[in-house]
Structure formats: structure tokens, C-alpha cells
Design a protein around this ligand. Sequence first.
Ligand SMILES: NC(=O)C1=CN([C@@H]2O[C@H](COP(=O)(O)OP(=O)(O)OC[C@H]3O[C@@H](n4cnc5c(N)ncnc54)[C@H](OP(=O)(O)O)[C@@H]3O)[C@@H](O)[C@H]2O)C=CC1
Ligand SMILES: [Cu+2]
Length: 379
Amino acid sequence: MKPDTMTMTALDSKQDTVCIFGTGDFGRSLGLRLLHAGYNVVYGSRNPKNSALLPKGAKVMPHEEASRTARVIFVAIHRENYDFLASLSPALEGKVLVDISNNLKKHQYTESNAEYLSMLVPGALVVKAFNTISAWSLQSGGLDANRQVLICGNHVDAKQVVVDIAHSLGLNAVDRGSLRVASELEDLPLQLFPLWRLPLRISAGLLGAFFLYVLIRDVVYARVVDNKDNSFRIMVSLANKVFPMVALVMLALCYLPGIIAAFLQLYNGTKYRRFPDWLDHWMLCRKQLGLLALAFAFLHVLYTLVIPIRYFVFYKRANIYISLIKENKTYEFKEMWAWRSDAYLSTGMLGFALFVLLGITSLPSVSNSLNWREFRFIQ
Ligand SMILES: NC(=O)C1=CN([C@@H]2O[C@H](COP(=O)(O)OP(=O)(O)OC[C@H]3O[C@@H](n4cnc5c(N)ncnc54)[C@H](OP(=O)(O)O)[C@@H]3O)[C@@H](O)[C@H]2O)C=CC1
Ligand SMILES: [Cu+2]
């Protein structure tokens, strides 16, 4: 009987044994989580004696012996070290082999790791899963986005076994199709913040362009025409001119696609037609554009609060007082001056209060959109 036609009953969760090859970071975290969920865990290791760091309650044995104890085997080993599995082929016949490996680069190998594994051990039922979950989030329980286990494989029953395990660990399993999809799943962890890329590029471009403009206008021009050295203003005053400009443009970019989309819908006379790709992409990163706008606005607020305590401002003020005393004059109340320093402070405070409010209300969506899991699990 061919392995893929074999029927397999789903794991009778609590009582069952799960085997893990490899006692590294991922193997240990997964084992701990499985133990907590009530599974028996057996590790297959090259070095069964050296098991001090393994979770309590787990057994360790040589690979072949371990593989006999369970129907499901998680291969928590890097692809480069898969070769030895070929020699275990007879023992792995008909077992569900879960490939969790990731690569360091896209297109590093011609075939996906999971397909490679199924070539090495043709008798096993290979399932790709868990590679988008980090060892860390397995240990810490996993929040929101970290809860999704993407699964693919050619054997429905084998996939179901893995789905059941994922569910009993409190994770959501999503079936993504056959083993051909594996390379796509393996590329996923390599895409860092896909929706942040464009907004970050735009803001960097704007930052550079506006900064150049202000630099030429306020520093280079003053130097060439009036022979005045304004370069000390670059760090704070100039930066503080650039931040609000970038923030406003980003905010506009955040709202603009919605308006364009509304006009398009009016023009098309229906809202059920697809938007052009560029607009689609733009609409998708509105949240990121808005968050970046908020970040620049916050920088503007901070800098505005800093300006009145700058040495340069104190110096200017002291100079005015001293010259007044020297000339024995009373202070000419310049409305402009008083208004300006007050304005700095009050707008700064107002801005800060607004920022805190907005920050608090948008916190949940920020933490969702950042997908924290993406920080660690590239291995
Ligand atoms: N760490 C993470 O967050 C994630 C990891 N992954 C994937 O999980 C797999 C394991 O990662 P991780 O645990 O971090 O790696 P580690 O380097 O921590 O562990 C790998 C384990 O593989 C075993 N091993 C190493 N060399 C060989 C060899 N030549 N032959 C047989 N076994 C070997 C060792 O176990 P022993 O000494 O017991 O034999 C070792 O502990 C990788 O494929 C990785 O891409 C996927 C998602 C997240
Ligand atoms: Cu301002």
C-alpha cells in the first residue's frame, strides 16, 4: 500500500506521542509547548546523553529509536543537515514528517526544503508547517499574528494530524494547499514588513528632498549672499522645519488614495470593480503612511519643545537684556517675541497631548500591523 493512500486517524490528542528530531532552540520550545498540551515528547538526537537543557518530562534517544515511538516527527534541524535522514528511510516509512525549516535567502535552493525532504525520504508523508512561528513566540504563548500556522502538503490525512496538533497548542491552522506551495511558505519569513517598505521609502525620499531645499535656502544662501554662518541651525531648527513638512505630506498621502478611490467608484458607477494595481497597493499601506506621519509629527513636537531651551535662544535673549541695560533703556515690549516663545510652548504641549491621545487609541492596530513575530524567526 502506498503511503499516501494510507488512512490515518487524527491523533487522539492527549495520550499521543510526538517525536522531535533536533534539540536546538526550536525543538526545545516546541517540545515544551507540546508537553504543556499533554503530549508525550520524544527527542531524536545525535547526542542523547547531552540533554540537560531539554524540557522536563521529555525523553531523548537516537533518531532511529525515537522515530519508532511516534507517528508524527517534527524535523527541527537545518536543511543543510538533512542528509542523514535518507539513511533512516526504512524507519520513517509512512510517518508524518513535519518540515519547519527556513532559509537565509530567497531562492537559495532550486526546490523547497520540504520537497527536498520528501525526495530524501520518499516513503514519508511530508507536511510543511510551523516555519512562520518563532521559537520565541512558541515559548511565550504567541499573540495575534503569531498564532497562525500555515500548513501545506500532499496528504490530506497527514495534514489533518498536524492541524490537530496546532489546534491543541492553541494555534490557528491555515491549509495553504499542496507541497508545491512550500517554497512560498519558506519565503514568507524573509519578507520583513512588506507593507512598510513603500511608506518608508517615500518618507526617506521626502525627508531628503525637503532637507536639501531648506539647507540651500537657510544655510547656503545666507552664506553666499550675506556671508553669515547659519550651519549651527542644521541639527535642530532645520530638522524641525523638515519634520512637519514630511508629516503633512505623508498625512495627505494617507488620505488621498481613499478620495481617488471614491472618485473612481463614482466614475465606474459601481463599487464592485477592482481598483488598478497601483491604487490597490497604495490603499493597502495607508495605515503605515498614517503612522509614519504621526511619528514625524511627534518628532516635530519634541523638537519644538527643545528649541526654547537651546543655548542659542538663551544667548539671544541675554544679549537683548544686556544691550537694554547698557543703553539704560526699559524693555520695549515686542509683542512678536512674547508671542513666539509662548506659541512654541503651547503648540508643543497641545501637540504632545494630541500625540499621546492618538497613540493610545491606535496602539492595538500598531501592534497588529507590526507583526512582531517577524523579528526573530529567520533562521
Ligand atoms: N529558531 C526559530 O525561531 C525557528 C527555527 N526554524 C527552523 O527550525 C530548524 C531548527 O532551528 P533551530 O532549532 O533554531 O536550530 P539550532 O541550531 O538551535 O538546532 C538545530 C539542531 O539540529 C541538530 N543538528 C545540527 N546539526 C546536525 C547534523 N549534522 N545532523 C543531525 N542533526 C543536527 C542539533 O540537534 P542534536 O544535537 O540534538 O542532534 C541541533 O540542536 C531550522 O530548520 C530552522 O530554519 C523555523 C522557524 C523558527
Ligand atoms: Cu508646527
